[in-house]
Design a protein around this ligand. Sequence first.
Ligand code: C5P
Length: 247
Amino acid sequence: MMNQNNLELSRKIIIALDVKNRDEARKVLESLPEARIFKVGLELYTAEGPAMIELVKSYGKEVFLDLKLHDIPNTVAGAVRSAVRHGISMLTLHTSGGREMMSKAVESARETAEKEGKPVPLLLGVTVLTSLSDSELEEIGYRLDSKNQVLRLARLALDSGLKAIVCSPQEIELLRSELGSEIKLITPGIRPAWAEAQDQKRIMTPAEAISKGADFLVIGRPITRAPVPREAFSRVVEELKASVKRT
Ligand code: C5P
């Protein structure tokens, strides 16, 4: 049994369920009994649909639905409604969809949750994809560099009613200092010192990211592809515990 402190820390770690199908998803879920939140992304959702939300919930876990919604306000509000009916904890949308799209999404989440007796999910704003270089940003017509564009979109997201932003580890300090302590920051690109970087370039350890102000860490391969995933997970929890003690 985990104690309360470990339980709280383990809810800071979101496991990326980046797998192709239901069987693989089951394997990951069964290999990580202590993990609390699992991220279902585009690949798995497109392959198996909302049944994957039910699958994660059938293990008593929470769902982070990473569909990065981006469409006209009415369509996004409809997708949010459908997602909330499944009973999810977190859902991503692109902040570049604009103010009305985001505020309609917030309204739709609140109303649907109330009507259907479901939890109101945390809507997470995606700002600038970290895969885009400054020259690619220019190519698609953005005039600001990545850092300022991130800040601009994050401010717009807050102003439109969002309470959480997905950001890279390098953006945590900037967003935390510019946007205050209320906003929730969720960051991927996390690599424990003992794990390989793989294709992630600008990485940070779990303890570093939390001490800089992240609220949630999205971690995939360092845990799911570890020889013993459960051990890798508890190793990360222990590292977070040690860093919390130090601060
Ligand atoms: O396996 P790994 O820990 O690299 O997985 C990270 C997860 O976070 C993946 O699901 C990936 O799609 C997601 N992500 C990311 N970088 C971003 C946004 C999302 O790695 N900028």
